[in-house]
Every structure is written in C-alpha cells, then in structure tokens.
Unconditional design. Structure first.
Length: 501
C-alpha cells in the first residue's frame, strides 16, 4: 500500500530539515585523527576545525620564522658591557634563550591553548643591553627583568591587564592586526637585505633604500626574492604547508648557492652544513640575577622609570601580538575577545620572569606565531611542536646555522599580506575610528615598534572623541592607558625635568 502524498507545506519542511542536516554535516570540523582522543578534546583540535597535521606544520613554521632569536639575542646581549665592563658568554646566552623559549612556549600551549610561541623579546633585549646594563651589573639588570615580570603577573591577577584589553574598541584591535602585518612584512624585507637603511654619510632625507646600495645585488637577496615568488605561488595554489615548504626548499637552495658561488655575506646565519650537529648545552647563566641590586647602583627614580619602560613595552607589545595572532586564527569571539585571555597573559608575565632568571632578557609572545597560524595552527598543540624544536635546539645548536634569514623571511612577507586583509573591516568613513586606525597601522612599521603604533592609536582616539564632545564614550581604562602612553612618549623630557639624565 503506497504512502499518502505529503502536503506541500510538509514536503517543504522535510526538504529544509534534510538540507539543514546536510549543511551541518559539511560544516562539521575535520576530525583530528582516531588516536589520542583525550589530546584532541583537551586542545579542542577538531572543535576549532584543525587537525594534527595542520598543528604540526604550524609548529614547524613558527619555529623556523623565529629561530633567528637564538642567534640574534646572544648577539645583542653578548655585544654589550655592564657598568663594570663584564660581558655575557654567547654560548651560555644561546642555551638560556633556547631553554626559556622551549619551556614557556610549551606552557603557553598547555595553559593558554593558543598557537602563540614565546622567546626573548627584540627591542626589550636592546633596552637591557644598551640602556640598563651600563648603569649596573648584569645580575642587577636581569633582576629588573624579573621585577617587571612579577609586576605584570600582579596586573594580570588583579584583572587590570585583561580589562584594558577588553576596553579597546574592536576597530582599533583590527588596526593593530593590520599594523602588525605591515610591521612583520617590513621585518622580512629588512632581515633579508631587500630593504636597508641609507647610511648617514649619504646626507639624504631618504631613510631606506632598495638593497644595500639602491639596487638588488648578491646571491642572498636573490634567494629571498625567489622565496617570495615561491611562497606567493604556493599560496595562490592553496598548497597545504606553503610557508614551511618555501622555507625548506629555499634553505636547500641557499646551501647549494653557498657551496657553488662566492658569497660575501649572508648576514647573521650562513647556510653551511656544520662539522658537528650535536653540542652540549651550557646552563651557566641560570639563576644569575639580583632582585633588588639595582637600587644600590643607581637612583630609585631611575629604577622606577626603567621598570616602567619595560612593563609598558611588554604590556602593549603582548596585547597587540595576542590580538593579532588570535584574530588571524579566527579565535576571537563575537565581541572581539581572546579566549582564556587571563591565562594567556599570566603565562606571558611568567615568561618575563623566566627570561630574567635565566639571563636571557624578558621573554614575550612572538608575532612570528602568525606564520604557524598561516599554516593552519589553531590550538596550543602547535606550541608543543615549536617548544620541542627549541628544546632540541639546546643540543643541536650548530644546526641553527643552516636556515638563513633569506630563506625564512618570505614567510614573514606572506603572513604580512594575510594579516593586511583585515583592513577591510575598518569603517574608513568615521574619522573617530579611521584616523586612530591609520596612525596605528602607519606608526608600527615606520617606527619599528608595535608599542609606538598602539600608543599613537590610543592617544588619537581619545583626543578625537574629546574634541567631538563624546569623551564619555571612552572607557576609563583607555583614558588611563593613554595617559601612560603620554608619559611614555615624553619620557626623555620628563627624565631631564626630574634630573635623572
């Protein structure tokens, strides 16, 4: 006996239910794999639409784009002398840098569940080397780093640091992401030698130029250019692992070029296979810090201002990095908030403490983590890979000489493009948003500082809201942050006024 035909309304409802079920089936996240379901649930790999393969590729990509810190941090800190003429051992610095990066990156992955790697902060290490160390001993200088980290942890524990991040309007957060994209792309161009500073002896107002002399010369720059083209081609073809493939391929090309051609210099890292791939780590610098020794070496006002500078730089660099990487990974909620932000910020503060305690300078979140996000990383599982590679680097220090900046920098340029796409979400017809967004985006690469860009954006946002008679719309914490930035930008005349210079 045949079934009675359905009414048109019933048939339509049935079709809609079937279509809805099919749509849910196609939108269901790809399973991370049949093994280790507990790991999948803990890191929410499947829930975030990722997979073990993507997380592993992302972890490798992040490591290779930030591994330069294992060379650069010892170079910056090791080239400076403290008040008593003492220097830090480069081998011990390399060990300390790798150790802190390994431990804190893994802690961030497990505790914060974000694909956000940490290591010694560039800029912060320069402050330690060239501004703080000449005033005191290295132990005292590293003690200030520990104090800075502890203060940041207090700000996190009281909820102040998270509250400040939530007080920032969503368009400004998007502008921060775009500015960081341009900033890291610029870093890629500079590190590879595609862009360089015009020497002061040239007596020109033009600050930067193409190549080292206005033209592109040398095999290393050619490797970088080929790497950019390869990365672009792979991204356009939507090849999985595009950034990592580009880094590996161009490293192989660089090895061949260096063996066949007469290359004058590759910069910090020369792509030559080392005589020995294994070395014993030297932990001699661990624990060499004096928590309050700085107060006996210089005035209390000087110490307070130095700690203030470190805290402010670390505070807002981290804010920009966390928001930028989370936005690129699509992890911000509908209000533009970062998941588990309190834990993320606490780990970042603890990383500063660990960096000072290990004499590796303040460790902080790395914007190069966006390279891993570009490879599909969406969870803290990628950090286990990145942290594991840093731990491996403790014993394989000679292998750090294999990947030159010219092979890794194309990934930074590509990620800069990916982050730049968020500019479309900013309402450029509203000046109270457009002008602060523009200044945020422009000041970051032009001053080579994330903190400066955020400060310019905050101050201009508060100013425009005030002159428009809408000052009440500004969150009180944004007023406070802007006041701190006003002090930050005016730190030199304030020091002169207080007689500390």
């Amino acid at each position: 006996m045949s079934e009675a035909p359905q009414a048109p309304e019933e048939q339509q409802a049935s079709d809609e239910r079937q279509a809805s079920e099919e749509r849910r089936a196609t939108e269901r996240p790809v399973p991370a794999g049949r093994f280790a379901p507990a790991v999948d649930r803990y890191f929410r790999i499947s829930a975030r639409g990722s997979s073990y393969g993507r997380e592993i590729r992302g972890g490798f990509a992040t490591f290779f784009t930030m591994a330069y810190i294992l060379v650069l941090n010892p170079l910056i800190l090791g080239s400076a002398k403290d008040k008593f003429g003492d220097t830090l051992d480069p081998v011990q610095l390399t060990t300390a840098t790798a150790l802190v990066a390994a431990v804190m990156t893994i802690v961030m992955g497990v505790g914060g569940n974000l694909p956000l790697a940490l290591a010694a902060g560039l800029g912060l290490n320069a402050v330690v080397a060239f501004q703080i160390a000449p005033l005191m001993s290295w132990d005292d200088a590293m003690g200030l780093i520990v104090l800075e980290g502890l203060l940041i942890c207090v700000l996190v524990a009281t909820g102040l640091r998270e509250a400040v991040m939530h007080a920032v309007p969503q368009p400004l957060k998007q502008a921060i992401s775009v500015g960081i994209g341009l900033f890291i792309a610029f870093i890629g161009f500079v590190d590879a030698g595609f862009v360089s500073r015009v020497p002061d002896a040239a007596r020109t107002t033009v600050p930067v130029q193409l190549g080292g002399s206005g033209t592109l010369t040398g095999w290393p720059v050619l490797v970088f250019c080929l790497g950019v083209l390869l990365t672009i081609a792979l991204l356009a073809r939507k090849v999985r692992g595009a950034l990592l493939i580009s880094i590996v391929v161009m490293t192989a090309v660089a090895l061949v070029v260096d063996s066949l051609a007469d290359v004058e210099s590759w910069g910090l890292t020369t792509p030559a296979w080392p005589d020995s791939v294994v070395d014993t780590p030297d932990f001699g610098l661990l624990g060499h810090f004096s928590l309050f020794g700085a107060f006996s070496q210089t005035t209390a006002i000087t110490v307070v201002l130095l700690v203030f500078t470190l805290v402010l730089s670390d505070f807002f660099d981290t804010m920009g990095t966390v928001v930028g990487v989370s936005a690129e990974a699509g992890l911000l909620d509908e209000d533009g908030k970062v998941p588990h932000l309190g834990r993320v910020l606490l780990v970042d503060g603890a990383a500063a403490v660990a960096g000072g305690a290990a004499s590796a300078s303040s460790a902080t979140s790395y914007i190069e983590s966006a390279a891993g996000v570009g490879e599909g990383a969406r969870t803290g599982f990628a950090n286990l890979v990145t942290g594991g590679l840093f731990a491996l680097a403790l014993f394989l220090t000679p292998l750090l000489t294999i990947v030159p900046l010219q092979a890794a920098a194309p990934a930074l340029v590509a990620v800069g493009f990916l982050m730049m796409t968020q500019v479309k979400h900013i309402d450029w017809d509203r000046y109270e948003i457009a002008v602060p967004a523009f200044l945020t985006i422009a000041v970051m690469p032009f001053t080579y500082s994330i903190t400066n860009g955020i400060g310019a954006g905050f101050l201009s946002y508060v100013l425009i809201k005030t002159v428009l008679g809408r000052a009440r719309e500004v969150h009180p914490l944004l007023w406070g942050a802007s006041a701190l930035f006003a002090v930050y930008f005016a730190i030199d005349p304030l020091e002169q006024l207080l007689g500390v210079k």
